[in-house]
Design a protein around this ligand. Sequence first.
Ligand SMILES: [Mg+2]
Length: 264
Amino acid sequence: MNHADRSIPVIVRGIPNFWQRVRAAPYRLLGLDYDGTLPPFRKARMEARPLPDVLSTLQAIQNSRTTSLFVISGRPVSEIAQLLGNLPIHIIGAHGYEERELDGKFHASAPTQRQQHGLETANARAIEQGYESFVELKAGSIALHSRGVVHPPESYEEVKTAWQHVGQQHDLLLKEFAGGIELRAYDRNKGTAFRERLEKMPSGTLPVYVGDDETDEDAFQVVRSTGIGIKVGGKKSKTMATGFLEDCNEVVRFLSFWQTMVGS
Ligand SMILES: [Mg+2]
């Protein structure tokens, strides 16, 4: 990207006065989902790296001190930290069950015993069906990745049915995401994480959340009353977001323009 591009405002569809609101706010809270928002989807999960210029832009926004920034994901904090090149940045992982603060302090929340038992049972069911290398057990959730899976669809459906059953018995919710299914404890989610951050901000803070997936809907709902939720990928499905960006490339330009707005 050349630097001239930074002076062109990115149009956030649905929010005609978006940049005026950003400029007028004394403080801003910017929450960013990772996959499908910063990098486009990749079959090999650890190859989903941020597009060029994103890391330096995030760093500059953070240094401005009038925007509090965090990246949030269903992935563990360790993966996001690695993908972000160990950039010193606030990361919330495992849908809010893990957190690494700006100063490097790490916290994890545990699900209930019943939920933990359910996650272990779900893991065992997936392994029985031969999905050992596609299943990912995390704090508060378990995911089955369908990208790159060569197993017959019946066995995938079998795991899905088994997980539904486990979920009902162990207070866990089964959700589909862009690259598979996930069974998780729902006491914490991207919405509760966003609310917790917002509560720590000074009054008058403008909250903005950018995400692309169903799991981002909880955050869109929280941000709706006082700020702006922006969905990446346009309005293809029902959403609580009110603003729209086309794709990850547009997110890059959005962040660059944000950086010019906050004067860093
Ligand atoms: Mg996403």
